[in-house]
Design a protein around this ligand. Structure first.
Ligand code: GDP
Ligand code: MN
Length: 385
């Protein structure tokens, strides 16, 4: 689950990580009042679950409450499109009004779960700011990566090493090492998968501040973080993905036109590869999961079909705990409800009760083509490429 910048900064503050003074506003008049309270100049920042806001016109330095009001009113009724969003962008429902700071230097500081070191790594760079992706690509040697031992946690010398590498003076090394230690506590206590401060700022009056904040929490840990769950903003997420999550279906929307319905995450990925290798492209990742009921299967198919790009559905089921006859009944239930009898379903069913499942589909009015192998499946869907 992603948090907004202002929400992440609220958490930072609780851990003693310094952030600029700020207030969140959901209307333009609140933005004006906040500017007045904080004292101009301020920075008005669109709160969306995407980075790249600065370059996309979502961050602006303003010099009066009136200017804040008019900039906020434009932002608040718009969708912000950045290089990290789709072409439709994400809705701006709130803005953060922050005291403007005089930036002397901008650094990058982050922590992320890293598969290869099997733990958290801290990442930092002297070249922070809005072009960090370019730095990583063109001059990777300017990025410092420090693996953190999951048992020992972040060691004080590691924090000092990062701060030293950022080229800070003695006093600021101490402050920054302390900040890094607190950041690791935020990461662990909140079951984060990613934290980014970009930029971490050295101000002209020698303060170290988190000028931006990005915090992603592991979805599988949300059950033990009710206070975080309560502040989730689903307006920022794909509506189909939100719906899928309510039904405990693992669905990720993609851009292609072949819907995929599969049980098991590995098989689901293999199925997407099949669609791609046939020259077609998957419209989604979907893993129905083991113990699905007919209703859940019906819901899964209806989710896939509510994506208007979907021209055909590739069903790849290996019946185990989920029996093929139950899945077949679920498909029939969905199609009869939606009356969408034309949509081509390319079905591969193996395993528990596969024969019964195939029989149910054969006796239905659904537009089903059966295949035995993935090669056959690929050749059937290649016409949708
Ligand atoms: P992002 O583009 O979504 O990562 O948004 P950021 O919060 O990182 O803001 C983008 C850039 O705006 C930063 O890298 C800074 O250069 C600049 N910026 C943000 N806040 C301030 C501020 O208070 N004063 C000044 N001078 N620049 C700021
Ligand atoms: Mn940033």
């Amino acid at each position: 689950m992603k948090l907004h910048e202002y929400q992440a900064k609220d958490i930072f503050l609780k851990y003693g990580i310094p952030v600029p003074k700020g207030k969140v506003a959901t209307t333009s008049s609140q933005a004006a009042t906040a500017t007045f309270d904080i004292g101009e100049p301020v920075v008005v920042k669109a709160q969306v679950h995407a980075g790249g806001r600065g370059k996309a016109g979502g961050v602006k330095l303003v010099k009066s409450p009136g200017e804040a009001e008019s900039f906020a009113s434009n932002l608040l009724k718009s969708n912000l499109v950045t290089y990290q969003t789709g072409p439709e962008g994400v809705p701006v429902n709130s803005v953060l009004i922050e005291e403007a700071i005089n930036i002397s230097e901008e650094f990058y500081l982050g922590m992320v779960i890293d598969g290869s070191s099997k733990g958290v790594v801290a990442i930092a760079s002297k070249e922070g700011g809005v072009n960090i992706e370019e730095v990583a690509e063109k001059t990777p040697e300017k990025i410092i990566t420090i693996p953190i031992d999951p048992v020992l946690g972040l060691q004080p010398f590691q924090g000092r090493k990062i701060a030293y590498e950022l080229g800070l003076n003695q006093e600021n090394i101490r402050k920054t090492a302390d900040l890094i230690q607190k950041l690791y506590a935020v990461f662990i206590d909140n079951d984060a998968t990613l934290i980014e401060i970009n930029p971490l700022v050295l101000t002209s009056d020698n303060q170290i501040l988190a000028a931006d904040a990005k915090l992603d929490i592991d979805d599988d840990s949300i059950f033990r973080h009710q206070e975080i769950k309560n502040i989730s903003d689903i307006s920022q997420e794909d509506t189909l993905e939100v719906e899928a999550r309510d039904f405990d279906i693992n669905y990720v929307k993609l851009d292609g036109n072949i819907g995929c319905i599969v049980n098991g995450a590995g098989l689901a990925m293999a199925t997407m590869d099949v669609a791609s290798s046939a020259g077609a492209s998957p419209a989604n990742f979907l893993d129905i999961g083991g113990g699905a009921t007919e209703e859940k299967v019906a819901k899964a198919l209806s989710l896939v079909l509510s994506d208007n790009n979907v021209k055909a559905v590739l069903v790849n089921l290996f019946g185990g705990i989920l029996r093929c006859d139950i899945a077949a009944r679920g498909f029939v239930m969905c199609i009869e409800e939606s009356q969408n009898f034309n949509i081509p379903l390319i079905v591969r069913m193996l395993g528990t009760n596969a024969k019964e499942g195939i029989e149910i589909l054969k006796n239905s009015n659904l537009n089903v083509t059966f295949v035995d192998t993935l090669e056959e499946a690929a050749s059937k869907i290649s016409k949708y490429s």
